[in-house]
Design a protein around this ligand. Structure first.
Ligand SMILES: *[C@@H]1O[C@H](CO)[C@@H](O)[C@H](O)[C@H]1NC(C)=O
Ligand SMILES: *[C@@H]1O[C@H](CO)[C@@H](O)[C@H](O)[C@H]1NC(C)=O
Length: 470
């Protein structure tokens, strides 16, 4: 896009210069000439990028009509003859272990909520944080992913397609200065790209942002953002470091009794949602394991001492690596009724940590990440397709696995601990035993990551800025 823009602006300059000379004849020649040069460079550029002939044709007609209309050429590139609009959004998910690009294509009928029509993604390892000490090296990976976006988004949509990077856990843990340097570098690369890049194009998400974005994704995919009357669904996520719960309260009491920091306001499609959303740092599954074992985050055990837990099989000894520290761990000797001992240890860890709401009983919830993995691990749901279960199923599975662990070592030594933890965590949130949860990775065949909700919200906020009357 740069050569075309350059051609356009040089044509502009000429247009401005020539009337100053007061030569009317020259102006008459300069307009078609400028247009011709502009077209020529455009076509050459497209050829150079191996674009298809039809695409080149569209680009040329765009430029031709754009030249007539002035700078509005690309303001609505997707408005086709039959009235629906196609648009794109590019979201980089900078996670702790890798960077992933999602390229979303949407379609919108006039006056309706957009639908997702296509998604492309590509992931690269390692994560951005691996370049903390050499930021220059981070650019080639970003560039590679940008090239994927350039191939996926048609040329004449580039300028109108927002490009955003949001970083999660990995960068959140880096010292502030190092993280900022990395983000600044990404921003430079983004600004040099042909996409729509705002000042807020790179940022670090906190747990609440992540939970809210995932909530948008789920409700967008289930269609409940579309039809305002339709009841929304809640979202439960269990990561390694933190766990999130997000839902839209309908009961006034929930809004009244929630502590500050648990309610967050979200604007989407001309509506304001007051969401209940909280991210519990330290209650993710891996952090919880460490706490249950009696270890401290970021610190090796004193004198390499062994961490002993009633949640591990009595005969078990081994090593466990967490956050780049290796801990020696073992089960408690001669333990009887492992599940009871383990549950009482886990309850200690969870005591007074979690805010409980009555309303969760009445909201439909989707659960993701480790909730899914653990349930699939013990056969409560299909590992590929997901499924539904009731909260009490985790308790039944925990009791069974822990009983087995009393006498037998298991492939996954943490299974008794993890299931007990999940079961009690859900109870702490206020879910009764018979509460049904949906566990899935995909809704309508689209992966349920926060990235979709985050780009969607970003695009919506851009359109609000454009037309504040909405
Ligand atoms: C998370 O970040 C958002 C801005 O992205 C901010 O509005 C919110 O207060 C933050 N929440 C917490 C709990 O830090
Ligand atoms: C947005 O909401 C206002 C007030 O509820 C309404 O008057 C307006 O028509 C809505 N706009 C759109 C685009 O839905």
């Amino acid at each position: 896009m740069i050569p075309a823009a350059a051609a356009q602006s040089s044509a502009d300059r000429e247009m401005r210069k020539i009337p100053n000379n007061g030569n009317l004849k020259m102006t008459k020649v300069a307009y078609p000439l400028g247009l011709f040069i502009c077209l020529f460079i455009y076509v050459a550029y497209i050829k150079w990028h191996w674009a298809s002939a039809t695409q080149a044709f569209f680009s040329i007609t765009e430029v031709a009509s754009g030249a007539r209309r002035g700078h509005q050429a690309h303001s609505a590139p997707g408005t086709a003859a039959h009235g629906h609009e196609v648009f794109y959004g590019i979201m980089f998910d900078a996670g702790s272990t890798g960077t992933r690009v999602h390229i979303f294509q949407f379609n919108r009928q006039p006056g309706e909520t957009p639908t997702l029509t296509h998604e492309t993604f590509k992931a690269l390892k390692p994560g951005l944080s691996a370049y903390a000490d050499d930021v220059e090296k981070s650019t080639s990976g970003i560039q590679e992913l940008l090239d994927v976006a350039k191939q996926d988004v048609p040329f004449d949509f580039w300028k109108a397609t927002p490009l955003v990077l949001k970083a999660t856990a990995g960068l959140r843990l880096l010292p502030g200065e190092k993280a900022q340097k990395l983000l600044q570098k990404v921003k430079e690369v983004f600004k040099a790209s042909p996409f729509l890049v705002g000042e807020d194009c790179v940022s670090i998400m906190n747990g609440t942002d992540e939970g809210v974005s995932a909530w948008i994704t789920v409700n967008f995919l289930t269609g409940s953002l579309k039809t305002p009357g339709r009841s929304s669904v809640g979202m439960l996520d269990l990561g390694g470091g933190s766990t999130q719960i997000t839902f839209l309260p309908r009961v006034e009491d929930t809004l009244q009794t929630s502590p500050p920091g648990y309610l967050t306001s979200l604007q989407m499609f001309n509506r304001t949602y007051k969401l209940y959303s909280y991210s519990y740092l330290g209650l993710g599954l891996m952090s919880a394991r460490l706490a249950i074992l009696g270890g401290i985050e970021g610190k090796p055990a004193e004198d390499g001492k062994e961490l002993v837990s009633p949640c591990l099989s009595p005969g078990f000894t081994g090593e466990w690596e967490h956050a780049e520290i290796t801990y020696r761990i073992s089960g408690q000797k001669a333990a009887v009724n492992l599940h009871e001992l383990c549950a009482s240890r886990v309850s200690e860890i969870l005591r007074n940590k979690v805010h409980r709401t009555e309303e969760v009983k009445d909201v439909d919830f989707y659960a993701f990440s480790y909730y899914y993995d653990l349930a699939a691990n013990v056969g409560l749901i299909d590992a590929e397709k997901g499924g539904s279960l009731v909260v009490g199923d985790f308790d039944i599975a925990a009791k069974y696995v822990c009983r087995t662990a009393e006498t037998r070592l298991q492939g996954n030594p943490f299974l008794c601990m993890d299931l007990t933890y999940i079961s009690l965590l859900l109870q702490e949130f206020g879910f009764p035993e018979n509460k049904m949860l949906k566990l899935t990775r995909k809704i309508n065949n689209v992966e349920t990551s926060w990235a979709l909700g985050a780009i969607f919200h970003y695009i919506d906020s851009l359109s609000r800025q454009k037309s504040p009357a909405l």
